[in-house]
Ligand binder design. Structure first.
Ligand code: NAG
Ligand code: NAG
Ligand code: NAG
Ligand code: NAG
Length: 733
């Protein structure tokens, strides 16, 4: 025994390289920090105690000579290297040596699991996670978090996601997770030699808006009061598919469809809406391509499938719903007038019942051809008109229209019924009506000017706090009918846009006798100003902005635009002047709907950001926003330069439509430029989506081996030119 102890003394004091084994005695210690000691009953040999402590991820097992076992990761003061006797624990007057313990090595050497892992604020794609360090933190180099999919609705394979953080980090936000998916989130410490033990939590993400838009139902035939349609099931990566909604749209008195108002036929008629939900079919009924007869007079779900008006023509939309844990997300098929819903089925030509479907299909095909002819004629006429306008009015014409939502039916304020109030009320029903005494507007200070009035600084009392806001005062009573029509449309776009971290927040509205005040979150700095302001060279860089900040602006805008597109809001005027910057680095999309207002009374002239196909044919689609976004990325990377400064305003449309693209600045890596080029593909289908862009940019940013941008000063560096006159109109609109 004495020999063994002697040998141990030598190993402990002289030779670090000799490995301790489980159960080896390490010495006699005093004042072991009690909070880290875990007491275990009934284990009283060094080997048993060491083993159990090692299973609990402790380094040290503690024993009185023959007492209970406990474990710790932190040693107290070493008293001696020989076994300590329990002299006094039974004697009340003997205090000094009362807490002496024999310490044995448990054999556990990796980092233990981090403590108190807590997940909060779970949304469809993001969550917040915090943790405390593991008990034993010596040699803790960094933390690694992984998210492994336990269950998902996604049809694609989702890899394990992995993040690493410095050893100082104790909380973070995890982004871009898959909606509706259950993850096992593990957090572990990493030492210089190995990975530690993981602490884990499972978490279920909220469901997201369905990932695929339903395609337009095809119409098989009309038979007086009924209409036979056929549609395909929808695949959804972001949650379950719960049911399908069939929406009937009356084509005789067209109204802009606000999907939030959709309801059953009776209520819709009562509210003067020309569109309604006629049936809800549970997912189980729609496992494959499904036929449905609209107008059969039966109930489907809680909807009455009312017979159609024999004199009216209709189009049909399909909605897909996803419901789980009290959340509901609905996505409707594209509402812009495509060939399908331009087919005019006038009931007067009703076929006798019992006609075969084949015949109906035949008739549909013939009408389709006829309609195609008409459409072609209309499109050509439209093109000729727009070409003509171009020549007459130069570039200004494009921006005069302002950004709009992609549903461009007129009749929003119904001309026939002369009842604009209804729609207005409906719109207003969806926003927070701010009480007068909560809003304090400084009307002496004009922050900006918009199409319908001035924007002032204000202070809003919200949740018992005072927040600075921007207040857009609209002299409602003084607007002309057309202006009012446009204003309602812009307001609708705003409501549709909803809330997103990277979209300027519409807080609510406040009404006076003759004005409506629209209240926005405060953002007085534009990205353009930020970029130009960053053009300050230091000893080694030509800007105060970091490369990561630049790419993060891009990612933020892409995320915000992805949100707007999911809500079917086209922006049409993406450029740095339409991005606000709050808290120094958070981009906020503005410049659409009622968020279009400008400091200097001059609105941006976005021709240089506009997609080729728009310049050519006024053909706005989601993909034209993608084009503009790439120009914005170029603008960010060149610190607010004007695109194509060498080309004058009178030539720019022609040059871009003939194929002119922006060059790669030499400090932009090919990998980043390739992303821009993808956005400028001629074939719209080959352009990425905003989600693709956000992922691609984040991958570049997170790739340690990529230098997507370098703002290092080099010999002969010159800022890309800025030509303010090429970017502004002379007045607000
Ligand atoms: C875990 O959280 C509790 C309550 O916040 C705290 O008292 C405790 O010290 C934490 N544990 C560790 C090991 O950090
Ligand atoms: C969670 O969200 C709430 C409300 O949005 C916010 O006040 C809180 O700070 C968030 N918590 C964390 C840890 O991010
Ligand atoms: C974090 O790591 C660094 C270097 O690896 C080290 O110097 C520091 O002490 C560590 N900090 C903590 C809290 O472990
Ligand atoms: C989560 O991952 C950890 C570490 O891989 C594993 O030990 C644990 O069993 C997993 N939990 C679930 C619920 O899958």
């Amino acid at each position: 025994m004495a020999l063994k102890v002697f040998l141990l003394i030598i190993t402990l004091t002289t030779c670090q390289c000799m490995r301790l084994k489980q159960g080896d005695f390490m010495g006699c210690y005093q004042d072991l920090p009690i909070s880290n000691v875990n007491k275990i009953n009934g284990q009283n040999t060094p080997n048993d105690c060491s083993e159990i402590c090692s299973k609990l991820f402790y380094r040290y097992a503690l024993l009185y000579k023959t007492d209970r076992c406990s474990c710790t990761n932190i040693l107290g003061e070493q008293k001696s290297v020989i076994l300590c006797e329990r002299y006094c624990s039974e004697k009340p007057d003997c205090i000094l040596t009362d807490d002496l313990k024999n310490v044995y090595f448990t054999g556990f050497t990796v980092l233990g699991p981090p403590n108190n892992v807590t997940i909060s604020n779970v949304t469809d794609t993001n969550l917040h996670i915090e943790w405390n360090p593991p008990d034993y933190i010596q040699d803790l180099v960094k933390y690694k978090i992984q998210a492994e999919v336990k269950f998902t609705y996604a049809n694609k394979v989702l890899d394990v996601r992995s993040w690493e953080f410095s050893n100082e980090t104790l909380n973070t936000e995890l982004n871009s997770l898959q909606p509706g998916t259950v993850y096992n989130i593990t957090v572990r410490g990493i030492s210089s030699s190995q990975e530690g033990i993981a602490a884990f939590q499972t978490v279920e993400m909220k469901i997201g808006e369905p990932s695929n838009m339903p395609s337009q139902p095809s119409i098989l035939g009309r038979d007086g009061m009924t209409l036979r349609i056929q549609f395909d099931p929808v695949e959804n990566d972001n949650g379950p598919v719960s049911s399908y909604l069939i929406v009937v749209v009356d084509k005789i008195s067209p109204q802009e469809i606000v999907t939030d108002y959709l309801k059953g036929v009776t209520q819709a008629h009562h509210d003067g809406l020309s569109y309604y939900i006629t049936a809800e079919l549970q997912n189980e009924r729609v496992k494959e391509t499904t036929e449905f007869l609209i107008g059969d007079g039966r109930n489907y779900g809680k909807y009455y499938n009312a017979p159609l008006d024999i004199k009216n023509s209709y189009s049909v939309l399909l909605g897909v719903t996803s419901r789980k844990n009290g959340q509901e997300k609905i996505l409707y098929s594209e509402q812009n007038d495509n060939m399908h819903n331009m087919i005019v089925y006038v009931g007067g030509e009703a076929e006798p019942t019992g006609l075969t479907i084949a015949l109906s299909v035949g008739i549909a095909v013939v009408s389709l051809l006829l309609v195609a002819g008409i459409v072609l004629f209309l499109v050509l006429r439209q093109r000729i008109n727009s070409r003509f306008r171009h020549r007459l009015q130069d570039a200004q014409e494009l921006t005069m229209q302002g950004p709009m939502i992609d549903i461009e039916n007129t009749g929003y304020v119904s001309e026939e019924h002369d009842e604009p109030v209804n729609h207005y009320k409906n719109l207003k029903g969806q926003v927070w009506m701010i009480p007068h005494n909560s809003l304090n507007v400084d009307s002496t200070l004009v922050l900006g000017e918009g199409r319908y009035g001035h924007v002032h600084k204000g202070i809003l009392e919200k949740d018992n706090a005072l927040v600075p806001v921007s207040v857009y005062n609209i002299a409602d009573k003084r607007l002309t009918r057309d202006q009012k029509h446009n204003m309602l449309k812009d307001m609708d776009a705003l409501i549709k846009a909803g809330k997103h971290e990277h979209v300027l927040e519409f807080i609510g509205s406040c009404e006076n006798i003759d004005t409506v005040s629209i209240v926005f979150e405060n953002s007085s700095l534009t990205l353009k100003e930020f970029l130009i302001g960053s053009r300050i060279p230091s000893t080694d860089k030509f800007t105060t902005m970091s490369e990561e900040q630049a790419i993060n602006f891009g990612i933020g805008v892409a995320d915000g635009m992805n949100h707007l597109h999911a809500r079917r809001v086209l922006h049409k005027q993406i450029c740095a002047r339409h991005i606000g910057v709050v808290n120094g680095n958070i981009p906020k999309i503005t410049g659409f709907g009622l968020t279009a207002f400008y400091k200097d009374g001059k609105s941006p002239n976005c021709v240089r950001w506009t997609a080729k196909e728009v310049l050519k044919d006024q053909n706005y689609t989601h993909k034209s926003d993608i084009w503009s976004f790439a120009v914005l990325l170029w603008e960010i990377c060149t610190l607010g330069a004007t695109p194509y400064t060498k080309i004058s305003n009178s030539e720019i449309i022609e040059r871009v439509t003939r194929g002119l693209l922006l060059d790669r600045p030499i400090y932009m890596d090919e990998s980043l430029y390739q992303i821009l080029l993808n956005c400028w593909q001629m074939n719209l289908d080959e352009r990425p989506t905003f989600r693709d862009l956000s992922n691609a940019l984040a991958n570049l940013r997170d790739d340690q081996f990529s230098s997507y941008l370098s703002f290092k000063l080099y010999n002969g560096f010159k800022y890309e030119p800025l030509q303010i006159s090429q970017e502004l109109n002379n007045s607000v609109f």
